[in-house]
Design a protein around this ligand. Structure first.
Ligand code: ZN
Length: 244
């Protein structure tokens, strides 16, 4: 049996408290619905914005293999100190999965180095998320596409660096397309951006969406090896004769 992966699910957890429709869909929060989609391979910790240190203490982060991030209305309330802490953990090998409106989070923008801006529209339209990288582990068990009957639209251009691997592309009923499943490495860490998951739609109950998230956790989990050594490389591994 595969080893257990320590997963921390971070949610801003504000819409659920202030919007009846969102609370109806996600009565225990988006984080709880995402967690319900995982299984015994995952050892889950929940963390929300209003927890002390946003639930992301050094202790929590140091034992996190993969961090999931859902944020939207309160990106600015996330402290720069915690962003720096998450950033350094990613460089050291922690996986990060950024969901939906997390595209505009401080941590994602810092890791990407671009504006991460996009087009959007809330019109309850159909989304078809096409698999464009069929051998990729993140789409293990997924058909040609995932169809969501109603979602918010995100459209190109999406101002991200060229993904290391593009796994999925969305088509929307209104005509736009969007790079919906994007893989990056940053330092020793792996980062996956996964588009669907607007708070007024029941997206995180969709079996395929849950499968992609579970697959992405497996992909993003750190490998077991020491962090690289940097800096002055003395003494040398082999004797150097030198010249003159
Ligand atoms: Zn949204």
């Amino acid at each position: 049996m595969a080893e257990t992966i320590n997963v921390t699910i971070w949610n801003e957890y504000r819409h659920e408290k202030t919007n009846d429709k969102v609370r109806e869909i996600y009565p225990n929060g988006i984080h709880a619905a995402i967690g319900e989609g995982l299984d015994s391979r995952h050892n889950i910790t929940y963390a929300v914005l209003d927890d002390p240190e946003h639930g992301l203490s050094e202790e929590v982060l140091n034992k996190t293999d993969v961090l999931l991030w859902w944020g939207h209305m309160a990106h600015g309330d996330v402290s720069d100190e915690i962003v720096e802490r998450v950033y350094n953990r990613v460089l050291k090998g922690m996986g990060l999965i950024v969901l939906h409106s997390g595209h505009f989070s401080k941590i994602f923008k810092k890791l990407m180095g671009t504006s991460c801006d996009l087009k959007w529209r809330e019109a309850n339209e159909k989304e078809r998320i096409w698999v464009v990288n069929p051998g990729h582990p993140i789409v293990d068990g997924i058909g040609e596409y995932i169809e969501l009957q109603e979602e918010e639209m995100y459209g190109e251009h999406f101002d991200i660096p060229q993904p290391d691997e593009l796994v999925m592309v969305s088509w929307f009923e209104g005509g736009e397309v969007f790079r919906s499943g994007c893989c990056y490495t940053r330092g020793a860490g792996k980062v996956f951006y996964f588009r669907p998951g607007h708070e007024t739609h029941p997206t995180y109950y969709n079996a395929d969406v849950r499968k992609v998230i579970a697959n992405a956790i497996g992909w993003a989990a750190p490998v077991k090896r020491d962090y690289p050594r940097y800096g002055h490389a003395v003494p040398s591994l082999e004797p150097i004769k030198g010249r003159g």
